[in-house]
Design a protein around this ligand. Structure first.
Ligand SMILES: [Fe+2]
Ligand SMILES: [Fe+2]
Length: 361
Protein backbone atom coordinates (compact mmCIF):
# COMPACT_ATOMS: atom_id res chain seq x y z
CA UNK A 1 0.00 0.00 0.00
CA UNK A 2 3.04 2.27 0.05
CA UNK A 3 2.74 3.07 3.74
CA UNK A 4 6.01 2.66 5.60
CA UNK A 5 6.09 1.21 9.10
CA UNK A 6 7.26 4.56 10.44
CA UNK A 7 4.53 6.39 8.53
CA UNK A 8 1.99 3.93 9.78
CA UNK A 9 2.93 4.42 13.43
CA UNK A 10 2.95 8.18 12.92
CA UNK A 11 -0.54 7.85 11.47
CA UNK A 12 -1.68 5.93 14.51
CA UNK A 13 -0.36 8.74 16.72
CA UNK A 14 -2.34 11.22 14.63
CA UNK A 15 -5.53 9.30 15.15
CA UNK A 16 -5.47 6.13 13.15
CA UNK A 17 -6.07 7.38 9.64
CA UNK A 18 -2.91 5.88 8.23
CA UNK A 19 -3.53 2.82 10.31
CA UNK A 20 -6.77 2.32 8.49
CA UNK A 21 -5.00 2.72 5.16
CA UNK A 22 -2.39 0.19 6.11
CA UNK A 23 -5.12 -2.27 7.02
CA UNK A 24 -6.79 -1.84 3.66
CA UNK A 25 -4.66 -4.55 2.06
CA UNK A 26 -5.83 -6.97 -0.59
CA UNK A 27 -7.44 -9.13 2.05
CA UNK A 28 -9.38 -6.40 3.77
CA UNK A 29 -10.86 -3.14 2.58
CA UNK A 30 -10.56 -0.29 0.16
CA UNK A 31 -10.14 3.13 1.69
CA UNK A 32 -12.96 5.54 1.09
CA UNK A 33 -13.04 7.81 4.05
CA UNK A 34 -12.36 7.86 7.75
CA UNK A 35 -13.05 10.68 10.12
CA UNK A 36 -11.31 10.94 13.42
CA UNK A 37 -12.32 14.08 15.29
CA UNK A 38 -9.54 16.09 16.91
CA UNK A 39 -11.08 16.17 20.42
CA UNK A 40 -8.81 14.44 22.94
CA UNK A 41 -11.42 12.63 25.03
CA UNK A 42 -15.04 11.95 24.23
CA UNK A 43 -17.90 13.36 26.27
CA UNK A 44 -20.91 11.47 24.85
CA UNK A 45 -22.50 9.76 27.83
CA UNK A 46 -23.99 6.39 26.79
CA UNK A 47 -24.97 5.55 30.37
CA UNK A 48 -23.88 2.47 32.28
CA UNK A 49 -24.90 -1.19 32.28
CA UNK A 50 -24.22 -4.01 34.71
CA UNK A 51 -22.83 -6.70 32.44
CA UNK A 52 -22.53 -7.87 28.84
CA UNK A 53 -22.42 -11.51 27.77
CA UNK A 54 -21.60 -12.45 24.20
CA UNK A 55 -22.34 -15.91 22.82
CA UNK A 56 -20.65 -16.87 19.57
CA UNK A 57 -23.48 -18.34 17.50
CA UNK A 58 -21.23 -18.75 14.44
CA UNK A 59 -17.89 -17.21 13.61
CA UNK A 60 -17.26 -19.55 10.68
CA UNK A 61 -18.04 -17.31 7.72
CA UNK A 62 -17.08 -19.94 5.18
CA UNK A 63 -15.45 -23.35 5.34
CA UNK A 64 -12.76 -23.02 2.67
CA UNK A 65 -10.76 -19.76 2.45
CA UNK A 66 -9.36 -20.44 -1.01
CA UNK A 67 -12.79 -21.22 -2.41
CA UNK A 68 -14.37 -17.94 -1.27
CA UNK A 69 -11.48 -15.89 -2.68
CA UNK A 70 -11.65 -17.86 -5.93
CA UNK A 71 -15.40 -17.17 -6.19
CA UNK A 72 -14.71 -13.43 -6.05
CA UNK A 73 -11.86 -13.67 -8.56
CA UNK A 74 -13.92 -15.78 -10.97
CA UNK A 75 -16.72 -13.21 -10.82
CA UNK A 76 -14.35 -10.39 -11.78
CA UNK A 77 -12.49 -9.35 -8.66
CA UNK A 78 -12.79 -8.02 -5.16
CA UNK A 79 -15.06 -5.10 -6.01
CA UNK A 80 -17.78 -7.06 -7.81
CA UNK A 81 -21.31 -6.67 -6.41
CA UNK A 82 -21.82 -9.51 -3.91
CA UNK A 83 -25.39 -10.11 -5.15
CA UNK A 84 -24.18 -11.28 -8.57
CA UNK A 85 -21.34 -13.56 -7.45
CA UNK A 86 -22.13 -17.29 -7.96
CA UNK A 87 -20.86 -18.33 -4.52
CA UNK A 88 -19.88 -22.01 -4.33
CA UNK A 89 -22.76 -23.81 -2.70
CA UNK A 90 -22.22 -27.38 -3.85
CA UNK A 91 -19.35 -29.85 -4.00
CA UNK A 92 -17.15 -28.13 -1.40
CA UNK A 93 -15.60 -30.99 0.53
CA UNK A 94 -15.09 -29.05 3.79
CA UNK A 95 -18.38 -27.22 3.39
CA UNK A 96 -21.67 -27.67 5.21
CA UNK A 97 -23.47 -30.28 3.10
CA UNK A 98 -21.14 -29.22 0.29
CA UNK A 99 -21.96 -25.52 0.66
CA UNK A 100 -18.95 -23.28 1.34
CA UNK A 101 -21.11 -20.66 3.08
CA UNK A 102 -21.30 -20.44 6.88
CA UNK A 103 -21.85 -17.09 8.54
CA UNK A 104 -21.16 -14.74 11.43
CA UNK A 105 -23.70 -14.15 14.20
CA UNK A 106 -23.41 -13.32 17.90
CA UNK A 107 -25.99 -13.10 20.66
CA UNK A 108 -25.44 -10.33 23.19
CA UNK A 109 -27.14 -10.47 26.59
CA UNK A 110 -27.14 -7.08 28.22
CA UNK A 111 -27.99 -6.62 31.90
CA UNK A 112 -29.04 -3.12 32.85
CA UNK A 113 -28.35 -1.49 36.22
CA UNK A 114 -31.96 -2.06 37.32
CA UNK A 115 -31.56 -5.79 36.67
CA UNK A 116 -33.67 -5.86 33.51
CA UNK A 117 -32.28 -7.66 30.46
CA UNK A 118 -31.96 -6.92 26.75
CA UNK A 119 -30.96 -9.24 23.94
CA UNK A 120 -29.22 -8.07 20.79
CA UNK A 121 -28.57 -10.35 17.82
CA UNK A 122 -25.49 -9.02 16.02
CA UNK A 123 -25.61 -10.22 12.40
CA UNK A 124 -27.43 -13.23 11.01
CA UNK A 125 -24.86 -15.30 9.10
CA UNK A 126 -24.97 -16.47 5.49
CA UNK A 127 -26.04 -20.06 4.72
CA UNK A 128 -29.57 -20.48 6.10
CA UNK A 129 -29.18 -24.24 6.62
CA UNK A 130 -26.04 -23.67 8.68
CA UNK A 131 -27.61 -20.73 10.55
CA UNK A 132 -30.77 -22.75 11.33
CA UNK A 133 -28.55 -25.34 12.98
CA UNK A 134 -26.49 -22.74 14.87
CA UNK A 135 -29.60 -20.86 16.03
CA UNK A 136 -31.08 -24.13 17.25
CA UNK A 137 -27.88 -25.07 19.10
CA UNK A 138 -27.92 -21.76 21.03
CA UNK A 139 -31.71 -21.55 21.40
CA UNK A 140 -31.84 -18.41 19.27
CA UNK A 141 -34.69 -19.80 17.14
CA UNK A 142 -36.92 -20.14 20.22
CA UNK A 143 -35.86 -16.72 21.54
CA UNK A 144 -36.87 -15.23 18.18
CA UNK A 145 -40.21 -17.05 18.18
CA UNK A 146 -40.90 -15.86 21.74
CA UNK A 147 -39.92 -12.29 20.76
CA UNK A 148 -37.21 -12.30 23.41
CA UNK A 149 -34.64 -10.71 21.12
CA UNK A 150 -35.06 -6.94 21.16
CA UNK A 151 -33.20 -6.04 18.01
CA UNK A 152 -31.15 -7.38 15.10
CA UNK A 153 -28.13 -5.13 14.59
CA UNK A 154 -26.50 -5.71 11.20
CA UNK A 155 -22.86 -4.68 11.38
CA UNK A 156 -22.59 -4.42 7.58
CA UNK A 157 -24.10 -5.81 4.41
CA UNK A 158 -21.46 -8.48 3.66
CA UNK A 159 -22.71 -11.91 2.53
CA UNK A 160 -21.36 -13.69 5.60
CA UNK A 161 -23.10 -11.32 8.05
CA UNK A 162 -26.37 -10.62 6.26
CA UNK A 163 -27.38 -13.17 3.60
CA UNK A 164 -28.73 -15.53 6.27
CA UNK A 165 -31.44 -13.07 7.30
CA UNK A 166 -34.18 -15.55 6.27
CA UNK A 167 -33.16 -17.73 9.25
CA UNK A 168 -34.08 -14.82 11.54
CA UNK A 169 -37.19 -13.58 9.74
CA UNK A 170 -38.81 -17.02 9.45
CA UNK A 171 -38.89 -17.08 13.26
CA UNK A 172 -39.62 -13.40 13.87
CA UNK A 173 -40.60 -11.37 10.77
CA UNK A 174 -41.26 -8.20 12.77
CA UNK A 175 -37.97 -8.00 14.68
CA UNK A 176 -36.62 -4.41 14.76
CA UNK A 177 -33.55 -4.14 12.51
CA UNK A 178 -30.80 -1.52 12.59
CA UNK A 179 -28.43 -1.17 9.63
CA UNK A 180 -25.54 1.25 9.05
CA UNK A 181 -25.83 3.91 6.36
CA UNK A 182 -24.60 2.47 3.06
CA UNK A 183 -26.94 -0.49 2.56
CA UNK A 184 -27.79 -0.98 -1.11
CA UNK A 185 -31.21 -1.36 -2.72
CA UNK A 186 -30.53 -5.10 -3.07
CA UNK A 187 -30.08 -5.35 0.70
CA UNK A 188 -33.38 -3.63 1.42
CA UNK A 189 -35.03 -5.76 -1.28
CA UNK A 190 -33.71 -8.94 0.36
CA UNK A 191 -35.33 -7.82 3.61
CA UNK A 192 -38.58 -7.32 1.71
CA UNK A 193 -38.49 -10.85 0.29
CA UNK A 194 -36.44 -10.63 -2.91
CA UNK A 195 -34.30 -13.44 -4.30
CA UNK A 196 -30.93 -13.34 -6.08
CA UNK A 197 -30.60 -16.68 -7.87
CA UNK A 198 -27.06 -16.12 -9.18
CA UNK A 199 -25.82 -15.69 -5.61
CA UNK A 200 -28.04 -18.60 -4.40
CA UNK A 201 -29.73 -16.10 -2.11
CA UNK A 202 -33.34 -15.67 -1.08
CA UNK A 203 -35.63 -14.58 1.70
CA UNK A 204 -39.18 -15.94 1.68
CA UNK A 205 -40.17 -14.11 4.87
CA UNK A 206 -40.55 -10.35 4.25
CA UNK A 207 -39.53 -8.13 7.14
CA UNK A 208 -42.54 -6.39 8.68
CA UNK A 209 -40.97 -4.67 11.69
CA UNK A 210 -39.22 -1.33 12.19
CA UNK A 211 -36.07 -0.70 10.15
CA UNK A 212 -33.62 2.02 11.12
CA UNK A 213 -30.64 3.27 9.11
CA UNK A 214 -27.97 4.80 11.34
CA UNK A 215 -25.93 7.74 10.05
CA UNK A 216 -22.16 7.59 10.08
CA UNK A 217 -19.90 9.71 12.25
CA UNK A 218 -22.22 9.66 15.25
CA UNK A 219 -22.76 7.78 18.50
CA UNK A 220 -26.28 6.33 18.52
CA UNK A 221 -27.65 5.24 21.91
CA UNK A 222 -29.45 1.88 21.85
CA UNK A 223 -30.05 0.91 25.49
CA UNK A 224 -28.68 2.38 28.75
CA UNK A 225 -24.95 1.69 28.65
CA UNK A 226 -25.08 0.57 25.00
CA UNK A 227 -24.65 2.46 21.72
CA UNK A 228 -23.69 1.92 18.10
CA UNK A 229 -21.16 3.88 16.04
CA UNK A 230 -21.26 3.79 12.22
CA UNK A 231 -18.41 4.27 9.78
CA UNK A 232 -18.32 5.12 6.07
CA UNK A 233 -16.05 2.19 5.29
CA UNK A 234 -15.80 1.06 1.66
CA UNK A 235 -15.37 -2.70 1.71
CA UNK A 236 -14.71 -5.52 -0.77
CA UNK A 237 -17.65 -6.91 -2.78
CA UNK A 238 -19.02 -3.37 -3.18
CA UNK A 239 -20.21 -3.00 0.40
CA UNK A 240 -20.40 0.36 2.10
CA UNK A 241 -20.57 1.20 5.79
CA UNK A 242 -20.16 -0.72 9.03
CA UNK A 243 -21.32 -0.21 12.59
CA UNK A 244 -19.91 -1.51 15.83
CA UNK A 245 -21.35 -1.72 19.35
CA UNK A 246 -19.96 -0.04 22.44
CA UNK A 247 -21.00 -0.77 26.04
CA UNK A 248 -20.12 0.93 29.31
CA UNK A 249 -19.88 -1.74 32.00
CA UNK A 250 -20.07 -0.43 35.57
CA UNK A 251 -16.76 -0.49 37.45
CA UNK A 252 -14.97 -2.03 34.44
CA UNK A 253 -14.97 0.37 31.49
CA UNK A 254 -15.95 0.36 27.86
CA UNK A 255 -16.41 -2.78 25.79
CA UNK A 256 -16.25 -2.77 21.98
CA UNK A 257 -18.12 -5.55 20.14
CA UNK A 258 -17.65 -5.84 16.39
CA UNK A 259 -18.92 -7.80 13.43
CA UNK A 260 -16.05 -7.63 10.95
CA UNK A 261 -14.49 -4.27 11.91
CA UNK A 262 -13.58 -3.28 8.35
CA UNK A 263 -13.12 0.25 9.67
CA UNK A 264 -10.06 -1.13 11.45
CA UNK A 265 -9.88 -2.02 15.13
CA UNK A 266 -7.58 0.93 15.88
CA UNK A 267 -9.91 3.32 14.05
CA UNK A 268 -12.85 1.92 16.02
CA UNK A 269 -11.05 2.24 19.37
CA UNK A 270 -9.88 5.76 18.48
CA UNK A 271 -13.43 6.75 17.57
CA UNK A 272 -14.70 5.40 20.89
CA UNK A 273 -11.92 7.18 22.75
CA UNK A 274 -12.61 10.51 21.07
CA UNK A 275 -16.40 10.38 21.23
CA UNK A 276 -17.60 8.32 24.18
CA UNK A 277 -17.33 9.39 27.82
CA UNK A 278 -14.92 7.04 29.57
CA UNK A 279 -13.26 6.23 26.25
CA UNK A 280 -9.83 6.43 27.80
CA UNK A 281 -10.46 2.97 29.29
CA UNK A 282 -11.32 0.21 26.81
CA UNK A 283 -11.82 -2.71 29.16
CA UNK A 284 -12.77 -5.33 26.63
CA UNK A 285 -13.09 -6.27 22.97
CA UNK A 286 -15.01 -9.03 21.24
CA UNK A 287 -15.66 -9.94 17.62
CA UNK A 288 -13.98 -9.94 14.25
CA UNK A 289 -10.96 -7.62 14.24
CA UNK A 290 -10.37 -7.90 10.51
CA UNK A 291 -6.61 -8.28 10.58
CA UNK A 292 -5.90 -11.50 8.67
CA UNK A 293 -9.18 -13.10 7.52
CA UNK A 294 -7.40 -15.15 4.86
CA UNK A 295 -4.43 -16.01 7.11
CA UNK A 296 -1.94 -13.90 5.17
CA UNK A 297 0.52 -11.59 6.87
CA UNK A 298 1.99 -8.16 6.30
CA UNK A 299 4.51 -6.51 8.66
CA UNK A 300 2.06 -3.64 9.03
CA UNK A 301 -0.30 -5.95 10.91
CA UNK A 302 2.39 -6.31 13.58
CA UNK A 303 2.00 -2.61 14.25
CA UNK A 304 -1.69 -3.12 15.00
CA UNK A 305 -0.79 -5.73 17.57
CA UNK A 306 1.80 -3.41 19.07
CA UNK A 307 -0.71 -0.56 19.20
CA UNK A 308 -3.45 -2.52 21.04
CA UNK A 309 -1.91 -2.54 24.57
CA UNK A 310 -1.99 1.28 24.71
CA UNK A 311 -5.79 1.12 25.00
CA UNK A 312 -5.56 -0.78 28.28
CA UNK A 313 -7.59 -3.77 27.07
CA UNK A 314 -7.90 -6.36 29.85
CA UNK A 315 -10.10 -8.93 28.10
CA UNK A 316 -9.51 -9.55 24.42
CA UNK A 317 -12.12 -11.73 22.79
CA UNK A 318 -11.76 -12.15 19.06
CA UNK A 319 -12.58 -14.57 16.24
CA UNK A 320 -13.82 -14.71 12.66
CA UNK A 321 -11.81 -12.35 10.39
CA UNK A 322 -9.19 -11.74 13.10
CA UNK A 323 -7.37 -14.81 11.77
CA UNK A 324 -5.70 -17.57 13.77
CA UNK A 325 -2.32 -16.20 12.75
CA UNK A 326 -3.19 -12.88 14.38
CA UNK A 327 -4.37 -14.61 17.56
CA UNK A 328 -1.09 -16.53 17.74
CA UNK A 329 0.91 -13.33 17.38
CA UNK A 330 -1.24 -11.47 19.91
CA UNK A 331 -0.74 -14.24 22.46
CA UNK A 332 3.02 -14.13 21.82
CA UNK A 333 2.90 -10.37 22.36
CA UNK A 334 1.29 -10.95 25.78
CA UNK A 335 -2.17 -9.66 24.88
CA UNK A 336 -5.03 -11.10 26.99
CA UNK A 337 -6.61 -13.20 24.22
CA UNK A 338 -9.49 -15.34 25.47
CA UNK A 339 -9.18 -18.96 24.33
CA UNK A 340 -11.99 -20.98 22.80
CA UNK A 341 -12.99 -24.63 22.80
CA UNK A 342 -12.82 -25.42 19.06
CA UNK A 343 -16.29 -26.97 18.93
CA UNK A 344 -19.03 -27.01 16.31
CA UNK A 345 -16.59 -26.69 13.40
CA UNK A 346 -14.48 -23.85 14.80
CA UNK A 347 -11.03 -25.12 13.95
CA UNK A 348 -8.68 -24.06 16.77
CA UNK A 349 -8.78 -23.09 20.43
CA UNK A 350 -6.74 -19.95 19.76
CA UNK A 351 -9.77 -17.69 20.00
CA UNK A 352 -13.48 -17.83 20.85
CA UNK A 353 -15.27 -20.27 18.58
CA UNK A 354 -18.79 -21.43 17.85
CA UNK A 355 -20.80 -21.92 21.04
CA UNK A 356 -18.23 -20.14 23.24
CA UNK A 357 -19.18 -17.30 25.56
CA UNK A 358 -17.43 -14.28 27.00
CA UNK A 359 -18.72 -12.17 29.89
CA UNK A 360 -17.78 -8.57 30.63
CA UNK A 361 -18.72 -7.36 34.10
FE1 LIG B 1 -17.12 -8.25 6.17
FE1 LIG C 1 -17.03 -10.99 8.04
Amino acid sequence: MGVSRRGFLKGLALGGTTGYLAMAGASSTVLKDVFIPPAAVGDFDIGTCKSVKCTVVSETSWFNNKRVVQDMKDAGGLLVNQYIIPWSNTGVKEGYNGNNAGGYSALIDLELLDGSKKKILLDCGWNTEWMDECFKREGVDKMLKNKEIDVLVLSHEHFDHFFGVESVLKNCPDIPIIVPKGFYKEGFDLLKGASFPVAHLKNDYPHTGPLEVRESGKVHPLFPGCATISFDSAIICRVLGEQGLVFNVKDKGLVAITGCCHMGIISFLEEIKHRVKGGDKIYGIQGGLHISPFEDWDPQYDDLIQALPSYGVEVLGCNHCTGYLTAEKMILAGLPVVQGTARFRSKKKLFLGNGDQIVFG
